[in-house]
Design a protein around this ligand. Structure first.
Ligand SMILES: Nc1ncnc2c1ncn2[C@@H]1O[C@H](COP(=O)(O)OP(=O)(O)OP(=O)(O)O)[C@@H](O)[C@H]1O
Ligand SMILES: [Mg+2]
Length: 321
């Protein structure tokens, strides 16, 4: 019984989707009739987009229709134009045997489809009959071409707030009968939320990993932070101390000793710890915008060590000034 909890606890009905109230309420309305529009779900990872799309398909399809009337594709399948032409067209054009039943195409990571292929997709969407419904999933709506957007109802999914993530983690812990030491449970869940950054999939996976690695007995929060690519609390304290003392060399030494540091996680953690530092409001906004730049550069593949070094230098320049 080793199925991942993210699958075991994947919501099966709209009511089980945590948060996302605005999107879900509207989607529910749209799914009351078979002339629902094509849809785009846009938003960060692990917020319920795929789950919601599957629930919609299951709302309309009987169990034995799922295999024939639901096509799930990932952008990586569709990068090739001929795939879109052949597979997608094939599915769309197949005669629908039972009268009136719908067909669904769930297209994951649609924002990774090159725009030329999106043009081909657009023509397919244009020409399909009313019985075929497209649901496109993406992280960034601005990477979808306008002619597709204008043919779809767009719903935005947002990162889940702390209480919702913790509520779901508590629910799963209860179902799994996890032996959590009560004096540390709240801190444990808050750490899982912090690690997740609002991504419920990540929160659930980290919970399951903590169980698998037997970290529950004494709830070693630092160990959980470390295996997730964050600094443990002690190291973070030392780092903040070095920054306060404007000791650049020391701060680099501390960072260089950390194994398995995930630089974007580290930046998020650092951002969280800047409050106790003495930085005036003007410098604080300079720093925030600098952090935004660094995060972007790393996301685009810049050298992480150099970027982190630059960030530390900037913080030290602006602190106590
Ligand atoms: N809003 C939510 N309510 C309940 N469970 C959720 C929610 N969002 C995510 N989950 C949990 O996380 C898992 C992954 O969610 P899902 O696949 O729907 O995310 P996604 O938004 O499609 O993410 P991605 O952009 O990475 O594909 C689900 O199986 C479920 O366990
Ligand atoms: Mg998904």
């Amino acid at each position: 019984m080793n199925i991942p909890w993210v699958e075991k606890y994947r919501p099966r009905s709209f009511d089980e989707i945590v948060s996302q109230n605005i999107a879900i309420n509207n989607i529910k309305e749209f799914t009351k009739t078979t002339d629902m529009p094509h849809m785009i779900f846009a938003g960060p990872a692990g917020t319920g987009k795929t789950s919601t799309a599957l629930i919609i398909a299951r709302t309309f399809l009987k169990k034995d229709e799922i295999a024939t009337n639901l096509l799930e594709l990932n952008a990586s399948d569709t990068v090739r134009m001929d795939f879109v032409r052949n597979v997608l067209k094939g599915f769309v054009n197949q005669n629908i045997i039972k009268n009136g039943s719908l067909k669904f195409v769930i297209l994951d990571e649609a924002d990774n489809i090159p725009s030329q292929v999106q043009q081909a997709l657009r023509r397919i969407i244009e020409k399909t009959s009313n019985n075929i419904k497209f649901i496109l999933l993406c992280n960034y709506i601005n990477r979808i071409i306008d002619p597709i957007i204008s043919r779809c109802a767009v719903f935005r999914f947002v990162n889940l707030p702390k209480e919702k993530i913790i509520e779901r983690l508590k629910y799963i812990s209860k179902k799994e009968k996890l032996p959590l030491p009560s004096n540390k449970t709240q801190e444990f869940f808050e750490t899982l939320f912090f690690i997740s950054g609002g991504d419920l999939r990540k929160a659930i996976n980290t919970l399951q990993m903590s169980v698998a690695l037997e970290l529950l007995d004494d709830l070693d929060i630092n160990e959980i932070l470390k295996i997730s690519g964050f600094l443990d609390e002690k190291t973070l304290e030392h780092l903040i101390e070095a920054i306060k003392n404007k000791d650049y060399k020391k701060s680099r030494e501390i960072i260089d000793l950390v194994e398995n540091l995930d630089s974007r996680n580290f930046i998020r953690q650092l951002l969280n710890s800047l409050l106790p530092l003495d930085i005036n409001p003007q410098n604080a906004s300079i720093l925030r915008s600098f952090i935004g730049d660094i995060d972007y550069r790393i996301s685009q593949g810049a050298d992480e060590h150099i970027q982190i070094a630059a960030l530390l230098a900037k913080i030290i320049e602006l602190v106590n000034k």
